[in-house]
Design a binder for this molecule. Structure first.
Ligand code: ADP
Length: 190
């Protein structure tokens, strides 16, 4: 089983690349952001819980996120492998993911990090906000808060996966297909 974590700050291109990579390697794509957004759209209890945090650009608390992610993984345990997009985002989530995958005798094969400068990120997200209507892409302050959350809580996961010898940094600037090739290059060497 190949399990990939696509990593990087908000706007790095995780979702775009995950959609392409999942088809190439027949992986099951889990985007925690998409799961939350679907729940908000359908007015579920989980959606109501998540909405306030997301709209402020804050992370949804670990307990809620881990429970949600675990349920999706448990439901799809017979797939070829997973591509995690937007998870883990804290050290507790990374530990929970490790324990969850261990139950299925598997683990993370690689964390592939898309590296993009902050100024480029802010502009990409403001651009995306114009078309997508995503509340958290609508203004600079919320976007800056998401990037702040990333540095405060998420960026340390680089060290977490480096210690496990499965961290791979990829230049996230350039044409979509060029970035895809860089990611494929990493996966093919696993
Ligand atoms: P982006 O990567 O552009 O920030 P996402 O769709 O991945 O977009 O995430 C949007 C929001 O959803 C985050 O700002 C956060 O509020 C919430 N979220 C997504 N994944 C997680 C997670 N693993 N832990 C906590 N909150 C999350």
């Amino acid at each position: 089983m190949k399990n990939i974590v696509l990593f990087g700050p908000p706007g790095a291109g995780k979702g775009t690349q995950a959609e392409i990579i999942k088809l190439k390697y027949d992986l099951f794509h889990i985007s925690t952001g998409d799961v939350f957004r679907n729940n908000i759209k359908n007015n579920t209890e989980l959606g109501l819980l998540a909405k306030g945090f997301m709209n402020k650009g804050e992370l949804v608390p670990d307990e809620i996120t881990i429970k949600m992610l675990s349920e999706v993984v448990e439901k799809n345990k017979h797939v070829n492998g997973f591509i995690f997009d937007g998870f883990p985002r804290t050290e507790s989530q990374a530990i929970a993911l490790e324990q969850l995958l261990l139950k299925f005798n598997t683990s993370i094969s690689a964390m592939i990090a898309l590296e993009v400068d902050d100024e480029i990120l802010i502009n990409r997200l403001l651009e995306r906000g114009k078309g997508s209507g995503r509340a958290d892409d609508s203004n600079r302050e919320i976007i800056e808060n998401r990037i702040k959350e990333y540095y405060a809580k998420t960026a340390i996961l680089k060290t977490f996966y480096q210690r496990k010898n499965c961290y791979y940094g990829v230049d996230g600037i350039g044409a979509i297909e060029d970035i895809t090739f860089r990611i494929i290059d990493v996966i093919n060497k696993l």
